[in-house]
Design a protein around this ligand. Structure first.
Ligand code: ZN
Length: 313
């Protein structure tokens, strides 16, 4: 199997780089080619280059996989968005200001972020039977663990994406459209089930977040028959609505509800204070749901996200 000049024969594990037209930001890729034939999993970490637990988990998977025990292939990119990784800039690239997870399938003639997206889809997503694009909380966010599953036109592929999501050790799957420039677009473009597991915060890179990704990916590999072993599946509640609670002023954030807590409409979830310590906002849950993402920064500006409540119909 050859990807952008990197090749691995059956029974081999190879590492190399994919060209994106900028030597500084070439994309690392590992090809782990099992001795027996089987399915191919595409695995990406660091589409948002500051969501570090995803990068650490994919790196550990690359190290752990033994081609001699595998049936099929894993195409793994440990960190896709190196400009963002190196600049430690939230959401967008310092090179062209674009959010990589908004420009898939990319453009080989576009700016750097679009070229990176193009290479990831051309060299990995287009050659896979399923795609797992690992994410987490960005600079000011924290996530305990949930999965986003793509939903496109094909009911059978949608159902398989939900099964892949249930391979991750948590209780929540969000369903997002298979489009909008997200990596989830792979599901509608290539007809492959596509998910985005989400866990962690950039600092510190917690063990529980790395383990969430690692365990889930290994379960997906068991489920697909690429790595021998019995897969484990979790029961997930499915949410189609993420409700952002925004700060109404500038100041400091004082959360009162931990991640993954259940809240009812009107429950207090934290307070925003001004720089003299006076309460300027009592933030409340807009509906019943689960606190699936929380602000982890003390400072806050008007309009920034305090928490995300995942709501159920
Ligand atoms: Zn992300």
């Amino acid at each position: 199997m050859v990807q952008g000049g990197v090749s691995a024969r059956p029974g081999e594990k190879s590492m190399g780089f994919l060209d994106v037209g900028d030597e500084k930001f070439k994309v690392p890729i590992a090809i782990i080619h099992g001795v027996s034939a089987g399915k191919t999993l595409g695995l990406i970490g660091g589409t948002h280059g500051t969501e570090f637990a995803s990068i650490e988990a994919v790196t550990r998977i690359i190290g752990a996989l033994e081609p001699a025990e595998m049936s099929g292939t894993v195409l793994a990119i440990p960190v896709l968005n190196r400009p963002q990784f190196e600049a430690r800039q939230q959401y967008t690239s310092p090179v062209d200001g674009l959010n990589l997870n908004g420009v898939f399938p990319g453009d080989p003639k576009g700016t750097l972020t679009k070229r990176i997206a193009h290479v990831a889809f051309e060299e990995v997503a287009s050659r896979c039977d399923a795609l797992v694009d690992c994410h987490g909380g960005d600079i000011d966010e924290d996530i305990r663990g949930f999965v986003v599953a793509a939903e496109g036109q094909d009911a059978a592929v949608n159902a398989e994406a939900l099964v892949l999501a249930s391979c991750f050790p948590c209780g929540l799957t969000h369903v997002f459209p298979a489009g909008g420039g997200a990596s989830l677009s792979a599901q509608s473009i290539y007809g492959i089930p596509t998910i985005m597991p989400e866990a962690g915060t950039p600092c510190p890179v917690r063990k529980d977040a790395i383990d969430f990704h690692y365990e889930g990916i290994m379960n997906v590999l068991h489920h697909m028959g690429i790595v021998p072993g019995k897969p484990k599946y979790w029961n997930h509640s499915v949410s189609r609505r993420r409700l952002r609670v925004l700060s109404t002023g500038d100041g400091t954030w004082h959360p009162s509800v931990p991640l993954d807590d259940e809240v009812k409409a009107g429950d207090g979830i934290g307070i925003v204070k001004d720089l003299f310590g006076k309460t300027i906002q009592v933030a409340v849950a807009p509906e019943e749901g689960i606190v699936s993402m929380a602000r982890c920064f003390y400072s806050v500006k008007k309009g920034e996200t305090l928490v995300v409540v995942s709501a159920f119909d």
